[in-house]
Each structure stands twice: as C-alpha cells, then as structure tokens.
Ligand binder design. Structure first.
Ligand SMILES: O=C(O)CCC(=O)C(=O)O
Length: 312
C-alpha cells in the first residue's frame, strides 16, 4: 500500500484552503487504501461495541471519568439501536483499538498530504471519527465548527474527510467559505460536557450560527462537492460545516474523518470541550503542545525548509 500521495498537492489547492478554509483534493488516495478503510469502517459499523475504546487493555486511556461516561453513553445498546433507527451513526477513536485504523494513521500518505496543505513542518495524529448515514437518512449534522469543542488553540488542526461512496448533492458535506477566519470561540453544539454546562455558559461564548437561516444571503458562499472514492476534503478547524442527511435512495454514505495536529497547536482546556483519551484537565497544560504516543509524529517536512510551496 502506498505511503506517498498519488500526486503532489498543488499551489492552487493550498491557496484554496487558505482562502476558503476547505479544499477538495481529487484522486489523492489510492483505491487500495479506500478499499481497506471502507472494509474497516463497515466492520466497525456492523458491531460498534466490539471496537469501543471501553474495551481497551490500556486503562490509562480512560483515566478521565467524563470520557468513560461519554463512551458508555455512545456504546449503550439502547442508544445504538436508536441511532440505527435514525440512520446516522458516528463512532470514534478506532485507531486506539484496531490495526487497520492504526495503519491508516502511521502508514498512509494522509499525514504528508495534510502537512502540505496546511504548510506544517511536522504533523501529529489527533483522533479519528466515522460518520455514516443510511439511505434516506434525514438527520442533519448541524452547522458547527470543530474548534469550539476541542481543548486546543492554534490553526493547524485540519480534518481530512474521506468518503467511501460517491458523494453527490444529496449527501455532500457543506462548508461556508471564509468562516475559518472568524476567531470567535463558539459554544459547542454537541458533546455531553457542552450540554451539561449549556445553561450557564459564559456570555463571551456565542452559540453556533445556523447558516440554514442565511441561505440566499449573497454574502454567504456555500461550498459543496461531488466526490469519488479517492478524493478527500481538508477542512480548517474553524470552518463552519454541515450535512443535510443522506437523501440518496440506496447508497449509505460512509465517511472517515481524521484530525491532525501541526506545530502551532497548544492545549487550551475548557470544561465544555470533548474529552481526549489518555488526558485529564490537569495534564492538558495550557500553552504546551500535545506530545507523547497518543499524538504520534507521523510526518516531518523533509528539508525542514521554511514555508509552503505556495500561497505566499
Ligand atoms: O460527515 C458528516 O456528516 C460530518 C463531518 C464532520 O462534522 C467532521 O468531519 O467534523
């Protein structure tokens, strides 16, 4: 399986990411990676409880009681049954329990591709998440930006969103171009921690913007992509994104998102943020970078030459 991208990231793609906060990279991943990870995702989706981090033989990963609670809720059989009924299932942290996902982190070209797009000198892994929507699923992924829910600060934490089935207008991710330049720290829309604290969240933390209410506004540029397996979206952590569901009649829409960390990222723990395996509020020391085997270094720019191929 190839460790290098099928092709180089272009200057135009880097400029698009800088301008819009998202870029679609065409034919960047080989079909053997797509096949391997599609099979891996389908295996996990068929029996999520078998791939839950709760099954880890590394108890130190579950040291934060809030994380244990969050996962217990996600993998609760009644909740899983209810999610299946809705047609929308989202699962995470597979790389900590499964060899295929671990290989995707350490052996695939993704870290290099991400490093080239964001102009990093080094790229570490952060975490992974599956988003699966059954045919005719009406459940939205609400408008949000990821930074609101992550206990980190900086710009270099893109998501690399890879679909395993063709993406059309009926099931595309949507992004509002340019929202990555807004440095407001919004209140997260999801996650047990954010929900528990929502009633009295600080006044300087505005709630998420529902961009569905701004459709038709000439100042808001909505981006959507038709995609084929092998294409990937790189998404800035502050970019507002959304998906309406999966209006396709027959095809399940399965996407794997992986999140990666460049060298400008430091801890900025806030109580409403998602819990991170192996970390506690005390160990996420504000202003220090994520380090250690839970954030493995996956790519280093060969020349260590400053800067990017591009956009400047
Ligand atoms: O695939 C989706 O519906 C949502 C994806 C998403 O929110 C993400 O990758 O951060």
């Amino acid at each position: 399986m190839n460790r290098r991208p099928l092709r180089a990231v272009t200057k135009e793609e880097i400029a698009t990411y800088d301008r819009d906060g998202a870029v679609c990279l065409r034919s960047i991943l080989s079909q053997d990676w797509i096949e391997r990870m599609r099979n891996a995702c389908e295996r996990v989706l068929a029996a999520p409880q078998d791939y839950s981090l709760l099954k880890t033989d590394r108890p130190e990963l579950l040291g934060d009681e809030r994380l244990r609670k969050e996962l217990t809720n996600i993998y609760n059989p009644d909740r899983l049954a209810q999610r299946r009924k809705s047609g929308f299932l989202s699962l995470k942290f597979m790389w900590l329990v499964d060899d295929d996902f671990r290989a995707y982190v350490h052996e695939s070209p993704v870290a290099e591709i991400v490093g080239e797009v964001i102009g990093a000198n080094e790229v570490r892994f952060f975490w992974d998440q599956i988003f699966a929507k059954e045919p005719k699923c009406r459940e939205e992924t609400m408008w949000h930006n990821d930074m609101a829910a992550w206990p980190l600060d900086g710009d270099m934490i893109p998501s690399f969103w890879v679909p395993f089935t063709p993406i059309t207008d009926e099931n595309s991710l949507e992004v509002v171009a340019g929202t990555h330049k807004d440095r407001t720290v919004y209140w997260p829309i999801a996650g047990a921690n954010a929900r528990a604290l929502a009633a009295d969240h600080p006044p300087n933390r505005p709630p998420w913007i529902n961009y569905n209410e701004r459709r038709g506004d000439p100042n808001v540029r909505f981006l959507k992509w038709s995609m084929q397996p092998g294409d990937a979206l790189v998404l800035h952590p502050r970019s507002y994104h959304y998906s309406a569901g999966n209006y396709h009649d027959t095809q399940t829409r399965i996407a794997l998102t992986t999140r990666w960390v460049g060298e400008d990222i430091v801890w900025d723990w806030r109580p409403e943020c998602l819990s991170i395996p192996g970390m506690t509020p005390e160990t996420m020391v504000r202003g220090t970078p994520p380090r250690g085997d839970l954030f493995p270094l996956c790519w280093t720019r060969p020349s260590r030459a400053p800067g990017r191929v591009a956009a400047e």
